[in-house]
Design a protein around this ligand. Structure first.
Ligand SMILES: N[C@@H](CCC(=O)N[C@@H](CS)C(=O)NCC(=O)O)C(=O)O
Length: 229
């Protein structure tokens, strides 16, 4: 089926990197539709693979028909263009550069080792080699979590968010990974500032609305249609 380009359409699967962009669509209260594609390589879905060349989620098709992939880019774009920058940092703010830095840090420094923790089979068929790779990746994540914990615990303002202006695409993107205990070499209690940010996000109506689907407690897709659809 060809997707209708008249509203935001997020290709998403439960409990994946789709959560950050999904939260932002909910927060911004724009009409959107979730498409849950089959991710198995054996399933051919021409439309999905045109939008997402590697067949991965998330991918976003916008009302003007343009599509983008990469959770960080989708979150940044949604935060910049929707809700009057409510979940972004202004281009002329001194905090814009650190905001971009940390968004890229999540994609370029945190994500590669997260992927290794979940998918050692992409690299080795041998189980012992897979375990060693997971162990090594988790060990490398120790440093990353320490850096992020330090950043969230030593800021000069008192809120749980990275930036004083309130929650941004950065917090929503990071919260996704904070919900995956597999990525933590030690108990998540060792990261109280990150935990405080996650618990604040989990109080938000957007989180409560979408997470039952991501946690596979319901089959009902949390999505919002435009009036009359
Ligand atoms: N760098 C991409 C990673 C996307 C990604 O790997 N998504 C996973 C789910 S979290 C996926 O679709 N896996 C299916 C596959 O690789 O076939 C992003 O941040 O969006």
């Amino acid at each position: 089926m060809k997707p209708e380009p008249s509203i935001y359409q997020l290709y998403a699967s439960p409990n994946t990197y789709s959560i950050g962009p999904h939260l932002l669509l909910e927060e911004c209260r724009v009409p959107y539709r979730i498409i849950n594609p089959k991710l198995e390589p054996s399933v051919t879905n021409e439309t999905f693979h045109t939008v997402s060349p590697h067949g991965r989620v998330p991918a976003l098709t916008m009302p003007n028909g343009t599509s983008i992939i990469e959770s960080g880019a989708i979150a940044l774009h949604l935060a910049d263009t929707l809700c009057e920058m409510q979940f972004s940092i202004d281009h002329d703010s001194q905090e814009r550069a650190p905001y971009l830095q940390w968004l890229f840090y999540l994609s370029s420094t945190l994500q590669p080792d997260v992927m290794l923790v979940f998918h050692p089979e992409y690299y080795f068929t041998d189980k012992a080699q897979q375990s060693a790779l997971v162990e090594a990746a988790r060990h490398r994540l120790t440093n990353v979590w320490q850096v992020l914990e330090k950043q969230y615990s030593t800021k000069t303002h008192r809120s749980s968010w990275m930036f004083e202006c309130g929650p941004t695409a950065l917090d929503f993107s990071l919260a996704t990974v904070l919900m995956w205990p597999e990525c933590f070499p030690r108990s998540t209690n060792a990261y109280p500032a990150l935990g405080a940010m996650l618990s604040e996000i989990s109080e938000r109506p957007s989180f409560k609305r979408i997470m039952p689907w991501h946690q596979r407690k319901t089959e009902d897709l949390p999505q919002r249609y435009s009036v009359g659809m």
